[in-house]
Design a protein around this ligand. Sequence first.
Ligand SMILES: *Cc1c(COP(=O)(O)O)cnc(C)c1O
Length: 495
Amino acid sequence: MHYLSTRDRTLHFTAAEAIKQGLSRDGGLFLPEMLPALSARQIKAMESMSYQERAVEIMSLFLEDYSREELRAFADAAYSPEKFDDPAVAPVRSLDAATHSLELWHGPTSAFKDMALQMLPHLLYASLKKTGEEKTACILVATSGDTGKAALEGFRDVDHTKIMVFYPKDGVSEIQKLQMVTQEGSNVSVYAVLGNFDDAQTGVKRIFSDEAIRAQLLERGYFLSSANSINWGRVLPQVVYYVSVCCDLVRDGKLKEGEKVNLCVPTGNFGNILSAYYAKCMGAPIGRLICASNRNDVLTEFLRTGVYDRNRPFYTTMSPSMDILISSNLERLLYALSDGNDAEVRSYMKQLNAEGRYQVSDTVLAKVRKLFWAGSCGEEDTMDTIRRYYTQRNYLMDTHTAVAAHVLEQYRAESGDGGPAVIVSTASPYKFCSPVLRAIGAVPAGDGVELIAQLQEATGVKAPWRLAELGGKAVRFTESTEKHAMEQVVLDYLN
Ligand SMILES: *Cc1c(COP(=O)(O)O)cnc(C)c1O
């Protein structure tokens, strides 16, 4: 199977090349030329498989240049009991007969990014070998909090790689920051950017498209690659858990044969919900894709009206991983919904670049509205939702998950569709202790690590051990950079 660019469908790459490069040179995103179909029989057979086995089944359909044995070894290493604190890897908790929470945060950094970023380094390292690459891959990451730590943890001490992470100085939670600045490993570095997440992401994209810098780095033995969700190697492992949750629900009698499950996904860069869309296209029994945004509701407007307009205030919220105005992965959806019309995608992206706005055709909008439903949730509703689920159902959720839980309620009230639904739970509540404590009526006292102890005491819910141990770790990274100076930071580090 070949991979092409959303902005040029005539390009042909192998999976290994697409994963190695991350982003296409024309600024587009890599995509498989077609989506393989899963038959009902194949899905049925997966019901009795482990998560790791399901990962091999699904990923092998897309990665023809990787053998099943290779993928099996990667899945076993990526989702091992040392890495994930739940044997199901992505366990499903039922909150009532029709509402389930898919917990994607049992990995080493307690956010859903681990699901893909524990796998990506294996795929990338193998892709270097398969393509005969002798240079070192330098992974540049812009993070709104969770990607940075998950990428650092995934790539630490991986041969032939270096990783540089840029986070918005005041845009991440205390725990998230502490996780990153205490990162161990000999090939890692972390910088605070004086700006917001979009500034960091724009800076990284600028470096990627700067031919002069690329040439300079090549001379020094480096090439740039990406661990952001624009890399196909990030999107694909996420398709796995959407097929997996369907298998679990059917196996456990919570989804009847022929029935479909709605998915409500807390969304930022659109990578997670895009993976759900792919799983649905492949044949998983998925109904509506419900896109949940926080106060930064650019996607809600887009999915309802077809107008994408980033010219709006940027809000810093208690769900920082969704504080995004440019959702990069939307480009892949536009490609799919315009039936692979790369000229149409180019034109939208050109308008986005020039004016910060575009409006899709009526044809695309009609498809969007059929597939998706969108809603947003403000700060007070986020707090209220955490409180209600905790006091009424004894379920403690983080701020991002709460946004999804609230938007699912909106969807059910407006559509009257009370059918089976999954709330996608993207982070442990322990990554966002302050707002979670306030939501359940406590007064947060102390620094990041003390808050973990306080939340544990208040709720009796056990904190992930890696977070609980953060306090004993030395701070290794204190540097910050102006957003315009990121190029120099890269050149200085890779000297
Ligand atoms: C990254 C992240 C999101 C948003 O996911 P996208 O794939 O960027 O849409 C939501 N919640 C948490 C906790 C995250 O880390």
